[in-house]
Design a protein around this ligand. Structure first.
Ligand SMILES: [Zn+2]
Ligand SMILES: [Zn+2]
Length: 767
């Protein structure tokens, strides 16, 4: 008698970003090719597979699940389990089963992805049934998070439930061999969303392809269009038309902040900017962010696009709608989020009318509802092409992060105040929302509350606790304290450092965290922002800081960098001369001097962001921050061509004169040198960067930790980032910088999650 061949019958559990990315069709194809029997389903934990057959073939399948996954998928792990008695048997062939909801929520909500090459080809193919259809998508591309209303990620849980599929679309959706098998937003011109061109009153002027063609004519005529895209509305106009750009700025009350520009493709972009291979790779990635690239001197962009700025924020069309629009015009278009600065991007029709009438001349819109606003992500590149994420949103969020341990119960992390994001952590995972904006304004606060509700619902999280910043006046803190849950307050700069450790799976031991930013609430109630936090055995100490200085007029000094410079000069000697250089009247100078002397509305701070402001004004490179970080950006831009110089401004390390830190970085000698020996401002700006970096190296030596973390908004400065990384590495330190998270306050919520997991929430102050 011949023995029956051995059979393996197992369950395979796949976790990661595996829903909505074509993973089940891939499993189906692979398993069928290997001659295995069984099934594959989506459930709340990810993808579950039953596979029965030849043991070697089952092993091959398990390996393929990890290594041959579709491009948009991220597989965290593949676990092999014994079949549970309650799971369906393998059956005769290999099938794709219905989705199951419930259970522990650990699956990831996929991020929205740029148009794929296959869909792009079909879009441009006159023979294809989706030729010029602006909502073409498949399992490799298209909207995801922006239209999800619940999990599992299935059509009835998306805003596409309003569009019943036609027979042809349904056939694709049901066919495991199709690229559109369970492509949740699947649609065609017959059954899906379509375009309209409307005036401000809502009167429809054109529909479908005619709307698109009219939009082209309007852009050519110099008009401003509100265009509803994937995660919200953009304002668009001809980026080479000075009049159109000026009108947009005036109507949007946007003084000088750079506007993003969309180019048809890399070829067109290269005519206006220098595009490195790394920048090109980012621009054409599935995330398709805005990338800051050096502008060519001969670029034919309107001066008003980015006044006085050597970089241009460029992006390529990432949706079929934008691709068709850009293909129709022979110029690049401004593509700025249709919102006031740091408000959430505008998403629905009524809201668009309310907020954009008077700004946009006409509205190019569609009827696919947007469930969640998702702004464009923004990235720049440091030396060595290391990406620095300035805004983590479309394409990146809400991809999850593994936590280095399990939380006892679901945790809500409400983040900070500026550039807010919120996080939901449960089990050993953290999901971080896209960038929401500044909580100073009501529109962001509304989206903040809605996003918390959505993430909680999507992840079935019944929160056991909430983590917030220590700042008592942050809107996020006040919200957290109203929830009736146990609250955990986390120091701001510690959260920055922990966010970076989370990315690198590094413990809170043997680490010096250099957290430099504009502002954060310190343990002593003063404004911090130039911090050196030493982590040893899960304990944090404020090892060093910038020597504290006073901000004359508090908030007024955040805008007016001259006030910071005068505060510095007052202590370094040279106040009257500097006041005269700034053309202050004797009276104004006397008032300011008295404010500083009597400490009237002049809080102490150790903020590196403000220090850059002060030096910017001292160097004559800028006086007023018309948008956040404008003066420091001017300092960086001036310094960049002199990056390779060797001169540095002196920033000696001294014992802290008042309690609160062991050491401090003394900026007085550098201020004094600039007051007395004025040289070339740009070369001085570079010497400033090198001097500060030298101080970082010296503090790191004295701290004696092997690893240095660079974090906080100041490390959006690519020159500071690059010089600090190089100098600390040369000095023998392991340097950790942000890769998947942003160095700015987008990451505070992530740090808060780790703070709770490690019970590390405060920074102790040495006596
Ligand atoms: Zn596609
Ligand atoms: Zn259809």
């Amino acid at each position: 008698m011949v023995a029956a061949p051995p059979i393996t019958d197992v369950l395979l559990r796949v976790r990661g970003t595996v829903q909505g990315v074509g993973y089940r069709p891939f499993v189906h194809r692979t398993a069928a090719d290997l001659g295995l029997r069984g099934w594959v389903i989506n459930d709340a934990e990810g993808v579950l597979i039953r596979a029965a057959g030849d043991p070697a073939r089952v092993d091959e399948l398990a390996a393929a699940l990890q290594h041959d996954a579709p491009p948009a998928a991220t597989v965290d792990c593949v676990d092999r389990l014994e079949p549970r008695p309650d799971s369906a048997p393998a059956g005769a062939g290999f099938t794709i089963g219905a989705s199951r909801s419930g259970g522990e929520i650990a699956t990831a909500i996929p991020a929205d992805l740029a148009l794929c090459a296959d869909c792009r080809r079909e879009l441009l193919d006159p023979a294809d049934r989706r030729h010029r259809y602006p909502f073409i998508n498949c399992t490799q591309c298209g909207p995801r998070y922006s239209l999800i209303e619940g999990l599992p990620y299935d059509r009835p849980h998306t805003t596409m439930r309003a569009f019943p599929m036609c027979q042809a679309c349904q056939r694709e959706y049901d066919d495991p061999a199709s690229r559109r098998f369970h492509a949740e937003p699947n649609a065609c011109p017959k059954c899906g969303p379509h375009l309209t061109l409307c005036d401000a009153g809502g009167q429809v002027l054109a529909e479908r392809d005619a709307a698109l063609r009219s939009a082209r004519t309007l852009l050519q005529g110099g008009l401003i269009l509100a265009v509803k895209g994937l995660g919200g509305y953009h304002l668009m106009c001809d980026a080479t038309n000075e009049g159109a750009v000026t009108a947009l700025r005036q109507r949007k009350h946007r003084d000088q902040k750079p506007l993003a520009v969309m180019f048809r493709g890399l070829v067109e972009l290269r005519a206006h900017a220098v595009v490195s291979p790394a920048a090109a790779a980012l621009l054409t990635s599935i995330q398709a962010p805005i990338v800051l690239v050096p502008r060519r001197p001969d670029a034919e962009l309107a001066a008003g696009v980015a006044p006085g700025n050597p970089w241009v924020g460029a992006l390529l069309p990432s949706t079929p709608l934008h691709l068709l629009l850009l293909a129709a015009v022979d110029f690049p278009v401004v593509a700025t989020s249709a919102n006031l600065s740091e408000e959430p991007i505008c998403t629905d029709k009524a809201e668009a009318r309310r907020r954009l009438t008077g700004i946009a001349d006409l509205f190019l819109e569609h009827d696919r509802p947007i469930a969640h606003p998702v702004d464009d992500s923004v990235v720049r590149l440091a030396t060595g092409d290391e990406p620095i994420l300035l805004r983590r949103a479309r394409g990146y969020a809400p991809a999850p992060f593994p936590l280095p341990g399990r939380l006892p119960g679901p945790l809500l992390c409400v983040g900070g105040q500026m550039k807010n994001t919120v996080g939901v952590a449960a089990g050993d995972r953290l999901v971080l929302s896209p960038h929401l904006g500044d909580l100073d304004n009501l529109a962001t606060q509304e989206v903040f509350v809605r996003t918390i509700a959505t993430l909680a619902q999507l992840h079935g999280a019944d929160f056991a606790a909430v983590a917030h910043d220590k700042h008592p006046a942050y809107a996020s803190t006040r919200h957290a304290q109203q929830l009736g849950l146990p609250c955990v307050a986390v120091q701001h700069h510690l959260a920055h450092v922990l966010a970076c450790l989370l990315e690198h799976h590094h413990p809170a031991d043997g680490v010096l965290g250099i957290a430099w930013d504009g502002t954060g609430y310190g343990e002593d109630g003063t404004v911090w922002g130039g911090e050196f936090i030493l982590l040893r055995q899960n304990h944090a100490e404020r090892f060093a800081r910038l020597r504290p200085f006073r901000l004359a007029g508090s908030e007024a000094a955040v805008r007016d960098a001259r006030r910071v410079a005068l505060g510095l000069a007052r202590e370094a000697g040279g106040f009257p001369a500097l006041a005269a250089r700034f053309n202050y009247s004797d009276r104004d100078a006397a008032v300011l001097s008295a404010m500083l002397a009597q400490q009237l509305n002049s809080p102490l701070c150790s903020s590196a962001g403000r220090l850059f402001d002060g030096f910017g004004a001292l160097l004559g490179l800028g006086e007023i921050n018309r948008f956040e970080g404008q003066v420091p950006l001017a300092v960086e831009a001036a310094a960049t061509p002199f990056a390779a110089d060797s001169r540095l401004l002196p920033f000696p390390i001294t014992r802290a004169v008042t309690p609160g830190a062991r050491l401090e970085v003394d900026w007085r000698p550098a201020v004094s040198e600039l007051l007395h020996l004025r040289g070339d401002a740009a070369a001085d700006a570079a010497a400033l960067h090198r001097g500060l970096v030298q101080a970082m190296v010296e503090v790191a030596r004295q701290a004696g930790a092997g690893t240095v973390v660079l974090t906080g908004g100041c490390f959006q400065n690519a020159l500071l980032h690059s010089l600090a990384t190089a100098a600390l590495t040369d000095a023998g330190f392991r340097v950790l910088v942000h890769r998947r998270l942003s160095p700015n306050d987008n990451s505070i919520a992530a740090g808060q999650a780790l703070a709770v997991l490690w019970n590390l929430t405060s920074v102790t102050l040495p006596n």
